[in-house]
Write a protein that binds this ligand. Structure first.
Ligand code: SAH
Length: 411
């Protein structure tokens, strides 16, 4: 197996597997393929174990049910890797999972796209693990220490399958705070990075900061929605609220928008948006569109734009997640309603509102109803053009895996 100097200090997978017996309800849910086993469902455990030790779950007749990564600090005590027949979890097994996932993404390769999500966590049977491809650079993001003993095997499998030039490791917030001897954004394989990575999406060029950018540097999940924006943008003045690095803005310009205004609180994100617009000047439509940015709070700026009587034929609103837990559900819906109240006055008659939610704790029904009801209350009823969800590289493998919903509506 390839040796990774930066990872030499990580624990090795333990030889000793944990044996678990679980409640009848958990047994049923695991049999149905659910990737999580909660601590509260464990009836019997063979011994205390460390993060990432393999846990074998047996059914009530003592037959193998599933195997997963033990995670002693999480209420989701086991992240299930496989259910059904016994398997060995090693580089070969990871290679098989990566191959399966790569096959699903195959159609994207025919669309001038080399930036996409290769592994989408539980939805690709690798809970708590994300792998995003940015041209020849791959970004591996882990959300639990349970992956640490298996990281070398995963990376070796990734190298075997995809021959990347470079692998960047990203850590979630909890892991950044832990003392694991790894840095968020560390290059664990290949040459150091001196500038953003350039990749293609539907023939458009983007630069992403995979070391410090949000998530892994870009929001691939909105690819199809960006395409739909391009299809509707011709001749329009477009406002892109929560623009980040300008994904929607560039697509709007490529679709023939007259002007694009990108709004975000982050000045560096808007600098990236301007850079991305500049990268696509060889497209005549992008070259023709005028581009303006506003670095300020979205709520304040939308109010101000209204006072200045600015109007747009298309307004895109793609906010960050408003509900990190189910307790924040009501607050999140209130925030979406507020955004709709601020956005509608900015939309010309017969213009288009595009609004998305990436909060997994807000159901699509609740989200779409809030948007429709709020528009009704504002006496700006909307006619739906499309409701969309996940792009192909963000498959939905289980109920909790669905998070993205987006509404295209004529106002
Ligand atoms: N639409 C983007 C992704 C948006 S991510 C894309 O397709 O790539 C959410 C963005 O909201 C981030 O860039 C963040 O800087 C911005 N943001 C968060 N809170 C904000 C606020 N109050 N006002 C303006 N922007 C905000």
């Amino acid at each position: 197996m390839t040796q990774f100097a930066a990872l030499r200090h990580l624990p090795r997978p333990s030889d000793r597997r944990i044996a678990l017996h679980v409640s009848p309800a958990a047994e049923k849910s695991l049999r149905a393929g659910h990737p999580w086993l909660y601590e509260s469902s464990i009836i019997k455990q063979s011994h205390a174990a460390l993060p990432g030790d393999l846990a074998v779950i047996y059914d009530k007749k003592n037959r193998f049910l599933a195997v997963g990564l033990y995670d002693p600090v999480s209420p989701i005590r086991v992240k299930v890797l496989h259910a059904g027949k016994p398997v060995n979890i090693n580089q070969d097994w990871f290679y098989e999972q990566l191959t399966e996932a790569a096959d699903v993404r195959e159609p994207l390769l025919a669309t001038q796209t080399n930036g996409y999500r290769l592994i989408h966590g539980e939805n690709d049977k690798l809970p708590g693990l994300i792998i995003d491809r940015y041209a020849d650079t791959y970004v591996v993001k882990i959300y639990t220490a349970a992956w640490l003993p298996h990281l070398q095997a995963v990376l070796a499998a990734l190298i075997e399958l995809e021959t990347p030039e470079r692998i960047v490791l990203r850590l979630n917030r909890a892991l950044q705070a832990d003392n694991i001897g790894l840095r968020d954004g560390q290059i664990v394989y290949g040459e150091p990075l001196t500038q953003p990575i350039i990749f293609y999406e539907n023939g458009l060029k983007f630069a992403a900061d995979v070391v410090q950018g949000h998530k892994t540097g870009f929001f691939f999940d909105q690819r199809d929605n960006r395409s739909l924006v391009a299809q509707h943008a011709a001749g329009k003045h477009v406002l892109d609220v929560f623009a980040y690095s300008g994904g929607f803005s560039v697509y709007a310009a490529s679709g023939g928008a007259k002007s694009v205004l990108s709004l975000d609180v982050s000045a560096p994100a808007l600098a990236a948006a301007q850079h991305n617009m500049a990268l696509n000047q060889q497209h005549p439509a992008v070259a023709r569109a005028t581009h303006e940015v506003i670095a300020a709070d979205a709520f304040d700026s939308m109010t101000r734009l209204h006072q200045e009587r600015r109007r747009f034929e298309m307004v895109i609103v793609d906010p960050p997640s408003f509900a990190k837990s189910s307790a924040e559900f009501d607050r999140a819906l209130a925030a979406y309603a507020r955004l709709v109240r601020l956005a509608l006055p900015l939309v010309h008659k017969n213009g288009i509102l595009v609004i998305a939610s990436c909060s997994s704790h807000v159901s699509s029904e609740a989200f779409f109803r809030t948007i429709t009801d709020t528009a009704q209350q504002q006496s700006r009823p909307i006619r739906e053009i499309a409701r969309t969800g996940h792009a192909l590289d963000h498959p939905i493998g289980f109920l909790e895996g669905a998070y993205l919903k987006c509404l295209f509506a004529q106002v």
